[in-house]
Design a protein around this ligand. Sequence first.
Ligand SMILES: Cc1ncc(COP(=O)(O)O)c(C=O)c1O
Length: 453
Amino acid sequence: MAGNDLELLDGLIADQEKVFLARTGESQRIRQECADVLPGGVASNWQDAPPGAVWIDHGAGSHVFDVDGTDYVDMHGGFGVGIVGHAHPAVVAAVSDRVRKGTHFAQPTTDSVVVARELARRFGLPMWRFNNSGTESTMDAIHLMRTATGRPRIIKIEGSYHGHHDSVQVSVYPSADAAGPFARPNSVPVGTAVPKPLVDLTVVVPFGDLAAVERVLVEQRDQIAGMIIEPIMMNIGLIAPPPGYLADLRTLLHRHGAYLTFDEVKTGLAVAPGGVTEWSGVQPDLLCLAKALGGGLPCGAIGGSEEVMGWIADGKIDQVGTFNGNPLTMAAMVATLTEILTPDAYTEFDRLGEILREGCDGVIERTGIAGYTTVLSGRGAVTYRGERVRNYREYLEVSDELAYVNWLVQFNRGVFMAPWGKSENWTLSVQHSEEDVRRYVDNFDYLGKALTA
Ligand SMILES: Cc1ncc(COP(=O)(O)O)c(C=O)c1O
């Protein structure tokens, strides 16, 4: 089976790393030079993946250009932000217009109302507030669930990432040794920054397992404020929920007086105009957005039912931030939602996604690589495991080496994917063409042939 010959695979990785390093000399030079002012030589730890950080010069349409002058089809999409592509004329016009009129007042501007109404229409939740990142959105959601219930604990899924605030820096990518029993996972802090009493307030369950959630709700009666979940998991490849799971989860939580938050920071606006909420027909009590919503500007939003958001309106909870509703971001959001991410955009994502799915599954079939392709409109991934992955423990069995070598081959042959191999997936933009996505398939075919050589 292709990919099983470890010697061949290691050789291929070593060859591709050499090509990578030869192509990215300027990136490496800058990184070394700046390490005295930027810790680790990057602006965020996630920008530094093996074999090295790639410094970008600019983007145009569906392409990015690195500081060595190399042109790539961009399927990284800035970790899922880039659904509008680079320098989309509608975003450029909206932001240019706004920049001339002043970019910050810390007072509301009318674009916020346009965006809130459009999000209410798409996601079916009536009330919205804004912030500046996915992290702030999930933090606001957890504050709201705690305030609304007066309860301290939350439930989160093992292997899910919801940003870098303390309550969710638990069991993100725990090691197999630390993770504990499958049905009753340990709450494993990320690093050493989160104090133990906070870690203990976050209870961890496997994805897709209703019984585990019910057990927590019964055993910790009146302790659980609610559950935060990425309704389609997108930080351990791409895992859709089992049929009925999301609806049953909502019923179960409500029966125990707890709330349901969908973290749609990655999925919202990517899998359907109204995210997984539309895709599944299940309405959460709270919904977190960020990433693609801002058309490339820093952004975040939280939507909720009148009941839960009423805690903000009544002043029982301060949902605040100097940059909340920033006019520049709001102008970009209006353009993104009303001019760019139209129903036609999703029809085209589906068409391009199908070319990717058919092409990659064709290579898998011809070469016997253990894997499968998942496509959900603007997002997709090849997962390197024979059987479909359903939860974090199965994700641990996905081949790191195959994911890494594909990342290298794609990069060296002109397709820039999000680093961190098996955890990530691709992002399409409205500016991608058939030629762009066929380049990905051709590169994958090249890899398949190299693995069966
Ligand atoms: C599902 C999910 N939630 C929250 C976040 C945090 O978003 P941000 O990096 O904007 O704080 C991320 C970031 O990748 C994410 O994938």
